[in-house]
Design a protein around this ligand. Sequence first.
Ligand code: NI
Length: 173
Amino acid sequence: MFTIRRYPDPVLTTPAQPVTEFGPRLAQIVEEMFLTMYSERGVGLAAPQVGISKRIYVLNCEEDQPRDGELALINPEVISIEGEQYSDEGCLSFPGLFAKKRRPMRVTMRAQDVDGNWFEVTGEGLKARALLHELDHLEGKVFVQDLEPVEFVKIRKKLELMKREAKRAKARA
Ligand code: NI
C-alpha cells in the first residue's frame, strides 16, 4: 500500500511525466494504487498523490466499487467536453476539505491501458468530475486552484492550517 501525499507536498504541484514502459511493473503500481484508494474510501487517485510523478490515475465511481468498475488511465488526454456542473469536490490529499467547483458535465477521453493499448472512455456527472480532477493532478494542479472566490474564502483557513502542520512535521523529522 502507498502512503498518500498531502497538500502542500511539492509532488502535488509538479507536472507528471508520460509513461513509456508498459507491462507487469506498471500493472503492479496500478493495483497498489487501487488498494490505496479503496483503503481511503476515494473514487479516484493519481500517481503524484502517492509520490510517483507519472501520468497514471485510477478511478472507480460505481456504487460499492465492484472491481469490474475499475478504470486505469495511462497518458490520458481529453477528446471532448460538454455542458457544466457545479457541485462539491474533495481530494484524498486534502482530507476533510470540500468545495464547490465548476466542471464540464460530460467528458470523453482517450488513454492507454497497462499494456499500452489505447481506449476511449466517456464519463458523466461524478465520473466526468473524477476523470478531470485526476487529470488535473497529472498537470500539477490541485482542486483548490481556480475556485470561485466565495468557495475559496470558505477553505482558506483550513489550507493555512495544513501548511502549518506540514511545516511542524518537517521540523520534527
Ligand atoms: Ni485529488
